[in-house]
Design a protein around this ligand. Structure first.
Ligand code: OOB
Length: 545
């Protein structure tokens, strides 16, 4: 028996049957789907508020309204030929339409591919062509950027893309508001073990990988997260981070809150000036932040005139949260802190509500599930004792067995017996709590936003004056890490300034957070014993700068 079986139609390795049987028997996988979940909640409490979009004018959706909107939009998508298994790239900011669109797609069994609002032409073109997407959903203008123009350029380069739907003024595309129509009758939805959507990986290679999540596995992670975080029908969750990211979506996130019958409030921007008045007005009880934002909120809370007393719990994760900063959060915001260490590939760890303060401020928590298998190993995959540094490997009921359509990459990203190699260096304490100590993967974590070094190096290498490039992390008080691009120029190449390199990367059309913060020109790169570029040495040179 191979470690992972390839299920026809899913394009990715999945759990072997004996694991699936075990996860069902344990009650983790309950045969629910997202479409069915919303239907049930709407029947149980039709008039409760599911969703609030406060800007520019306050709009609300009851569970019944969200359910009906999803049905009507699903019917409209179906009328345009979008159906089961079709991929649809969704690039929406924190607006109510996000939930309408993804629940409509869930109902059809079409697969949302979650792009971030920051993504630009290079990334979006890759997602659309690699996923062979039939449709792309965008806002009109967001943060001063016209997504309709981007969509037109992407559509020219991606023949498979038949539809562009715009939330707002459509320009030359189709307005999302024109799509809904009367459903013609009950529709056979996807099965619980089938894929629900494709999430993006933070990436370690030249192009981001797609993460195939099923209804069964993701719903289990929501249920587990809700239990740990105490999410119930009274929870009012503020979605501060981009709704498309796994953390604000599922840890416990807006999907967890909808699962529990609570209320998700969409925050258009993450700064205290936007978020604090919303906390007061909407009586927010819970939210999730990345460490740099948690720092800003902690600093701003002291002098704030807003009443934040409804806040009960703030989750902080996505990147290492310093102990020093963690200690300051609870007194400043007057609520509980929970650290979360998760990944879009699956595994999520939380500190617990009954952990003592020391544990909450110094560890990144315990896995959700008793069936999350954790291994901490040395370079030769041998288990190390508790307390020792090692590579974190994991396998379990909501951790993928392989990326979507990436058989080559899967061979190295997973062990023979199906453990995901997270690329994180951790210590496991005797209590089982994990402490994140570093990273073995070529990825930079810029305040929770992940950058694959190779992706940006490839872009810089395309510059005619550049001979070689290497992107490394430099420590930063606020973001944790920033990026430094070391560049070797071609002999005889004209002079190049740091700003020219940054502009070149920007003009290639990538998310702004991936543009190198710093650029340094060097004559050569330090080498490892076998003649590879020594990133480790470059990083320590960078730290000394
Ligand atoms: C979350 O998901 P991704 O997929 O953007 O990034 C995962 C990676 C982890 O492998 C680790 O390197 C890093 O982000 N990370 C942390 C961390 N939480 C994530 N590193 C140190 N301390 C932490 N607390 O970032 C994500 C997904 C679900 C919930 C929370 C975060």
């Amino acid at each position: 028996m191979t470690a992972s079986a390839l299920t026809p139609g899913t394009d990715a390795p999945t759990w072997p049957p004996e694991f699936a049987t075990r996860y069902r028997a344990a009650g983790h996988w309950r045969g629910e789907t997202f479409g069915g979940m919303l239907r049930e909640r709407a029947a149980a409490h039709p008039d409760r508020i599911a969703l609030v979009d406060p800007a520019p004018r306050r709009r609300t959706w009851t569970y019944r309204e969200l359910d009906e909107a999803a049905d009507r939009l699903a019917a409209g998508f179906a009328a345009r030929g979008i159906g089961r298994g079709d991929r649809v790239v969704v690039q929406l900011p924190n607006v109510g339409e996000f939930a309408e669109v993804v629940f409509a797609l869930f109902r059809l069994g079409a697969l949302p591919v979650y792009a971030l609002p920051a993504h630009r032409e290079t990334e979006i073109t890759h997602f659309c062509s690699f996923a062979e997407a039939v449709a792309y959903v965008v806002p009109d203008v967001h943060e001063g950027f016209d997504h309709r123009e981007l969509a037109a350029r992407v559509q020219q380069r991606t023949p498979c893309l038949k539809h562009v739907f715009v939330a707002g003024e459509p320009g030359g595309h189709t307005a999302l508001s024109e799509v809904p129509c009367e459903p013609s009758g009950p529709r056979e939805g996807p099965r619980p073990h089938e894929l629900a959507f494709l999430q993006l990986s933070g990436g370690t290679t030249g192009v981001p990988k797609l993460i195939p999540r099923t209804h069964d596995d993701y719903l289990y992670s929501l249920r587990g997260s809700n239990e740990i975080c105490g999410v119930d029908a009274g929870t009012r969750f503020l979605v501060v981070l981009p709704a498309a990211h796994n953390f604000p979506m599922s840890s416990p996130g807006w999907l967890g809150v909808l699962y529990a019958g609570g209320t998700a409030v969409l925050c258009p921007r993450p700064d205290p000036a936007t978020a604090f008045p919303l906390i007061e007005r909407e009586r927010i009880t819970m939210t999730g932040l990345v460490p740099p934002l948690a720092l800003v909120w902690t600093d701003s809370a002291a002098g704030s005139a807003y009443d934040l007393s409804s806040l009960e719990l703030v989750l902080v994760g996505g990147a290492k949260y310093s102990e020093q900063a963690a200690r300051r959060l609870e007194p400043a915001l007057g609520c509980r802190l929970m650290q979360v260490f998760g990944m879009a590939e699956g595994l999520v760890n939380y500190t617990r509500l009954d952990d003592d303060t020391e544990t909450v401020v110094t560890t990144q928590g315990l896995p959700i599930s008793p069936d999350d298998e954790i291994r901490v190993v040395d370079d030769a995959d041998r288990d190390v004792p508790d307390g020792a540094f090692g590579h974190l490997l994991t396998r379990g009921p909501y951790t993928i067995r392989g990326y979507w359509r990436a058989p080559e990459h899967n061979r190295t990203a997973f062990t023979e017996d199906g453990f995901y190699r997270t690329g994180d260096i951790v210590r496991r304490l005797p209590s089982g709590h994990l402490v994140v100590e570093g990273r073995a993967k070529d990825q930079i974590n810029r305040g929770g936003e992940k950058i694959a070094a190779e992706e940006i190096e490839n872009i810089i290498l395309a510059h005619p004056s550049v001979h070689d490039a290497c992107l490394v992390a430099v420590p930063d008080d606020y973001l944790g890490e920033r990026t430094l691009a070391y560049v070797i120029l071609r002999p005889g190449a004209g002079p190049l300034r740091p700003v020219d390199v940054k502009r070149f990367v920007r003009e290639r059309g990538v998310a702004a957070y991936k543009i190198p913060d710093l650029v340094a020109f060097v004559d050569s790169f330090p080498q490892t014993g076998i003649g590879k570029v020594s990133r480790k040495q470059l990083r320590s040179t960078a730290e000394q700068r």
